[in-house]
Design a protein around this ligand. Structure first.
Ligand code: SAM
Length: 241
């Protein structure tokens, strides 16, 4: 049974304000690109700040605790879209290493443009599918943390992400309030892939009624070489069947 905790993210507003120039530049680039490329449905500047920037940073208290005392800390963002959560995190934690994996070329191009313009030298943006990247020796089981926001059902997400995480690291999935069934349905698959559901963290965003959740899966043993499978197999049946 995963432990439940509440995250207090009020402090992150100040962190965001402390990097105002970079976040303003990111908001501007996003608004400009979104005029001709469909990157996000959220266009109101205040909502972009809350639902993209602040929400991306919500995972920071957990990552900061994991990174404490480490010289090097690496994060992979699976299915990063227009760069969330990786871009906001790379802005506020320039000492960490980030790899962002995204399957759609125009979104990759946008992230690369932002990274170049904001001088985010520790962010590498890869055009590809996480289930392929997870088999590349350079990336396999190399990351302290894998993050994924709004990408797939937890069972599918676990298979495309856990092969990227080191033993001792964790995967953190951004989810809505109704994720209990998803967690239960994914538990066996997670165990097959070398993980264990360890925590669920709840948090709220300013002006948003629903609570959000971060689901933490700890990597407790190596992912067997055959995983992840092809995406069609992953979606068709769980790994333990
Ligand atoms: N994480 C971003 C966010 O929260 O704004 C993007 C969310 S968007 C709904 C999901 C993204 O995941 C899409 O851009 C899609 O191309 C990407 N994606 C889905 N499956 C993927 C996979 N297996 N490997 C890489 N990218 C994937």
């Amino acid at each position: 049974m995963a432990k439940s905790q509440t995250l207090h993210i009020d402090i992150l507003e100040a962190l965001l304000a402390g990097h105002q120039q970079a976040f303003d530049a990111l908001a501007e680039l996003l608004a400009e690109e979104n005029k001709h490329t469909n990157l996000t449905r959220i266009t109101d500047p205040q909502q972009v700040r809350i639902r993209h920037f602040l929400d991306s940073l919500a995972v920071l208290p957990i990552l900061d605790a994991m990174a404490a005392g480490r010289e090097r800390f690496s994060v992979v963002d699976v299915g990063s879209g227009a760069g969330f959560p990786s871009l906001p995190l790379a802005i506020v934690r320039p000492g960490w290493q980030f790899v962002s994996i995204e399957a759609t070329g125009k979104k990759v191009h946008f992230q690369q443009k932002v990274a170049a313009q904001l001088g985010l030298k520790t962010l590498t943006v890869l055009h590809g599918r996480a289930e392929d990247v997870a088999h590349e020796p350079h990336y396999r089981q190399q990351f302290d943390a894998a993050l994924a926001r709004a990408v797939a059902d937890l069972r599918v997400l676990a298979e495309i992400s856990l092969g990227l995480v080191k033993v001792g690291g964790a995967m953190l999935a951004f989810k809505g309030p109704d994720s209990d069934l998803e967690c239960t349905a994914a538990e066996k698959s997670i165990a097959t892939l070398g993980g264990k559901l360890s925590h669920t963290y709840s948090y709220t965003l300013p002006g948003v009624t629903d609570a959000f959740r971060l689901i933490e899966i700890r990597k407790i043993s190596p992912t067997p070489d055959e995983y992840p499978r092809s995406y069609s197999l992953i979606t068709r049946k769980p790994p333990h069947e």
